[in-house]
Design a protein around this ligand. Structure first.
Ligand code: PLP
Length: 398
């Protein structure tokens, strides 16, 4: 037996495992401490009543002779695929149902999609970015190059002036920075990809959080994208499905990847469960108002966070079209993490965990409850005043 040799190229400390380790070490020492997490990427609100109604009625279907379903289609049931096609119409994107593939979540889709590519590919990934892209490509043995996302470009990496790539990852609205591309900015990426003959793997997991006019909801709003892009999306954050598991991929019919993905799914996947797909359908149809309310609740938390950062004069991006706020702490991100935990009992996510350009930056999320977010921000205010007085003496400046 020969093991996948690429495993040894993965970083030892997965970001969230390291955070967990540090929080556990702290609570072992101070078991009574009331820790608030503004680091979580998981949702906290329960599923809506309409989602649960859809779940119950699908479960009843399964209990009847006429309604029972066994294995479903590899690419999802038409009722959900059509709901997704209709969802895109609000942003004037016309899709065919055969271009929509239901998955059991965006992460699985993004990772599994690499089955379609040869090992001999150069992959361009923004830095900083959602760590799963890098790790999945390390495992696949791909050569990885990075596109810088920095304060200067508003944490929106743009195509390199020289060089080329075969596979390009874009995430908008972005995890971790909360920054989001306009259709015009995406056009530059589409042109670059068409020039290189590359594919863009576009992660729109936070699309539902967009509120600013001009920000693209889908890469397929951009001309030329059908010739070079694939889009991944998820019910996780828009409808609270992180534990339910459902997402989708859009692959244009004219791309060879469309047939290849169907074939791949037929080999390795037996479909997302019927009950889950009925729940997802409800999130886009009868329960869509609840989906919007859930997103609005998290966005209200994001507003609380950005209002506090504004009041304290802290530099940040995000928080408007995304549940993430990315602020500048000016010192080594992990040192800041430890100090914030120790002094304010708040967990954040160190920006350096998302890439080299993230050092000196911190990600806060809007996924905690309103009450806990408010409490965290009260603590944060007094913490920040103290931190400013000691920052130069105690910390490694970035
Ligand atoms: N893509 C991005 C950018 C994410 O931040 C996440 C989860 O945090 C995912 C994908 C995973 O989504 P899912 O829960 O659908 O697997």
């Amino acid at each position: 037996m020969k093991l996948n040799r690429n495993f040894k190229n993965l970083k030892d400390n997965y970001l969230f495992a390291e955070i967990d380790r540090r929080v556990k070490a702290y609570t072992a020492e101070f078991p009574q401490s009331d820790i608030i997490s503004l680091g979580i990427g998981d949702v906290t609100l329960p599923l809506s009543a309409k989602t649960i109604d859809a779940c119950k009625s699908a479960a009843v279907d399964m209990s009847t002779r006429g309604g029972f379903r066994g294995y479903g289609p590899y690419d999802g049931y038409p009722f959900l695929k059509n709901a997704i096609v209709d969802y895109y119409k609000q942003h004037k994107v016309e899709l065919h149902a055969d271009e929509v593939f239901v998955t059991d979540g965006a992460k699985n889709g993004i990772g599994n999609f690499l089955d379609l590519f040869d090992a001999d590919n150069t992959v361009l990934i923004p830095d900083p970015v959602y760590p799963a892209y890098v790790d999945a490509n390390v495992l696949a043995g791909h050569k990885i190059i990075y596109a810088d996302a920095t304060k200067e470009n508003g944490f929106l990496a743009m195509p390199p002036k020289r060089g080329k790539a075969d596979i390009i990852y874009l995430c908008s609205p972005n995890n971790p920075t909360g920054a989001a591309y306009t259709a015009e900015q995406l056009k530059a990426w589409v042109d670059f990809a068409l020039d290189c003959g590359a594919v863009i793997l576009y992660d729109a997991a936070y699309e539902a959080f967009i509120e600013t006019k001009g920000i693209a909801h889908s890469i397929f709003e951009v001309s030329g994208a059908r010739e070079c892009a694939v889009e991944f999306c998820s019910f996780s954050k828009m409808s609270g499905f992180t534990g339910v598991r459902c997402g989708w991929i859009v692959i244009p019919m004219e791309s060879p990847l469309n047939r290849m993905w169907l074939h791949r799914q037929a080999i390795k996947f037996n479909g997302t469960s019927y009950v889950v797909q009925r729940m997802a359908e409800s999130a886009l149809r009868g329960g869509y108002e609840d989906t919007k309310k859930m997103v609005a609740a998290y966005k209200a938390n994001a507003k609380l966070i950005t209002a506090k950062l504004d009041a304290l004069g802290i530099e940040y991006v995000g928080g408007v079209n995304a549940p993430y706020v990315w602020f500048y702490c000016g010192v080594d991100s992990w040192e800041f993490f430890d100090y914030l935990l120790k002094r304010a009992r708040i967990v954040c996510t160190p920006g350096s965990g998302f890439g080299n350009n993230g050092n000196g930056w911190i990600r806060l999320t809007a996924f905690n409850t309103e009450e806990r977010t408010r409490e965290a921000l009260i603590r944060f205010e007094s913490f920040w005043k103290d931190f400013r007085t000691v920052a130069d003496k105690k910390f490694t400046r970035v």
